[in-house]
Ligand binder design. Structure first.
Ligand SMILES: *[C@@H]1O[C@H](CO)[C@@H](O)[C@H](O)[C@H]1NC(C)=O
Ligand SMILES: *[C@@H]1O[C@H](CO)[C@@H](O)[C@H](O)[C@H]1NC(C)=O
Ligand SMILES: *[C@@H]1O[C@H](CO)[C@@H](O)[C@H](O)[C@H]1NC(C)=O
Ligand SMILES: *[C@@H]1O[C@H](CO)[C@@H](O)[C@H](O)[C@H]1NC(C)=O
Ligand SMILES: *[C@@H]1O[C@H](CO)[C@@H](O)[C@H](O)[C@H]1NC(C)=O
Ligand SMILES: *[C@@H]1O[C@H](CO)[C@@H](O)[C@H](O)[C@H]1NC(C)=O
Ligand SMILES: *[C@@H]1O[C@H](CO)[C@@H](O)[C@H](O)[C@H]1NC(C)=O
Ligand SMILES: *[C@@H]1O[C@H](CO)[C@@H](O)[C@H](O)[C@H]1NC(C)=O
Length: 403
């Protein structure tokens, strides 16, 4: 039996290392069948073994209409003169392992074109062998993006192989709108997939992108709007149905693009980073990931989004927040008093009441945002400041919230 490809034999004969006779008479000729799955743009080891022996000859060939020389080794060194350009500087053998019968090929920065059937030809003084290995390729679904714009929800994912599928679902099985799905391939042969459909307002909208045996999901839901006043603490929920992850990333954003905080949970233990410009307003994040804000102004009105992401899933919860800052004089007064009371309670400084009687001094020295010009000055000085404070505290229910 003669080896089908002609060039390996030419090189063998030309160097006179192993005679053609030995090659032809060789009885030890095994056919191994193997498959390896390589990941796009990563390195991949294509396995091949042979019976150890001296004077090794190794040829890696890709089997196509015209076989492509991938990597050759003889005279104890690599011979890449014949190598096809598309493998240039991407192949290596484990030279130290060759004497142990390891002819495995290291293929770097794997491309879609690397997919296919390969032959590993090995020969020693003891005989020769051909093994066949199929390289399959994966480009895993990295991230599924989901977004909402004008009642249209869009889900997308990029750079995937093999061809992905996308499905929509919701917590109601009756919603069967499959969406408008578009698949495209880029120059590297990878797929992008995207789909848009009408957003179902009172549901969790779920998108699943799958490729091969792997799938990833993204969900989006809208919470009811939340009202708050500048004096109260407001809690914005981040409710995700059937949530049982313990290791994930949490991000709170304002108006879709302004980061508020990020938190990395490892086995349910969070490590949180709050953006500087939000430190004043973020009171904390609850165990259920809810965001607690205070000292809000009209500028904080907008959409708050909570994003949870793990290796397999992404969840987005959107809530719009209305900040109620009434301009009415009496309201302002109550807010000022209410806020000051809560500060006083927390600090336990009864003497703080004096500030209320002299608001101009207070506003000068305080870093607080309270606007204490007109309204607070209207507090009658004749009355006891302490009793004024107490009365205001009983009348205004929002005071209790700010405990
Ligand atoms: C060959 O050697 C490489 C590098 O040590 C190793 O990763 C690989 O598993 C070996 N292959 C076989 C088939 O033994
Ligand atoms: C390398 O292989 C490709 C096909 O994959 C072929 O088009 C090209 O001509 C080959 N290059 C050389 C130098 O043989
Ligand atoms: C696929 O997505 C990538 C990343 O977003 C983008 O750069 C590329 O242009 C897209 N390709 C096609 C064909 O849509
Ligand atoms: C969602 O709203 C639709 C109509 O607006 C209603 O028929 C449906 O029962 C609602 N589903 C839930 C879970 O509230
Ligand atoms: C996604 O994969 C999981 C297992 O990894 C499987 O249970 C589930 O049915 C898959 N979902 C879809 C929509 O393919
Ligand atoms: C929020 O305020 C609006 C009016 O601005 C009102 O219609 C709505 O019911 C309020 N929502 C809550 C939850 O209090
Ligand atoms: C946030 O978005 C809301 C609604 O689109 C807008 O009215 C508001 O001005 C935005 N706030 C900031 C600070 O950009
Ligand atoms: C703002 O708050 C005041 C006092 O709590 C209330 O009377 C008023 O209706 C609220 N306005 C809105 C738009 O919610």
């Amino acid at each position: 039996m003669v080896c089908k490809g002609t060039w390996p034999q030419v090189s063998i004969m030309s160097r006179g290392l192993i005679s053609l006779v030995i090659l032809l008479l060789s009885v030890k000729r095994l056919h191994g069948e193997d498959q390896v799955t390589c990941v796009f743009s990563e390195d991949c080891i294509v396995p091949c073994r042979f019976q150890p022996g001296s004077d090794e000859v190794i040829h890696w060939v890709k089997l196509e209409d015209q076989d492509l020389p991938v990597h050759s080794y003889y005279y104890n060194t690599d011979h890449l003169e014949q190598q096809n350009q598309s493998y240039k500087q991407r192949t290596a053998l484990f030279n130290a392992q060759i004497s142990k019968g390891n002819a495995s090929l290291l293929l770097r920065d794997v491309t879609i074109q690397d997919k296919g059937r390969y032959k590993c030809y090995s020969s020693t003084v003891n005989g020769n062998k051909e093994s066949f290995i199929d390289i399959a390729l994966n480009a895993l679904v990295q991230q599924v993006e989901i977004q909402l714009s004008d009642d249209i929800i869009t889900c997308s994912s990029t750079n995937i192989y093999p061809e992905p599928k996308l499905t929509w679902s919701s917590n109601s099985p009756s919603d069967l709108d499959p969406g408008n799905i578009k698949v495209s391939t880029n120059t590297k042969g990878l797929y992008n997939i995207t789909s848009s459909k009408e957003f179902i307002k009172n549901q969790t909208n779920i998108c699943t992108v799958s490729s091969g045996t792997i799938n990833k999901t993204a969900s989006l839901r809208l919470e009811a709007p939340v009202n708050s006043s500048s004096s109260s603490v407001v809690t914005i929920l981040c409710r995700v149905p059937h949530f049982d992850l313990m290791t994930f990333d949490l991000t709170w954003m304002f108006n879709h693009t302004v980061p508020i905080l990020t938190s990395t949970y490892t086995n349910s233990t969070p490590q949180m980073h709050v953006e500087d410009q939000w430190k004043k307003n973020v009171q904390g994040v609850s165990e259920s990931r809810s965001l607690q804000l205070h000292k809000l102004t009209k500028n904080h009105q907008g959409t708050y989004s909570c994003k949870i992401s793990s290796a397999r899933e992404t969840h987005l919860v959107l809530t719009s927040l209305v900040v109620n800052t009434s301009d009415k004089l009496s309201d302002d007064l109550r807010i000022i008093l209410g806020t000051t009371i809560s500060v006083a309670v927390v600090l336990g400084i009864a003497g703080l009441a004096v500030y209320i009687a002299h608001p101009k001094k207070a506003s000068k020295g305080s870093k607080d945002e309270l606007q204490t010009e007109g309204p607070a000055a209207a507090v009658p000085e004749s009355e006891s400041a302490a009793s004024q404070v107490k009365a205001a505290g009983q009348n205004k229910s929002t005071v209790a919230v700010n405990k």
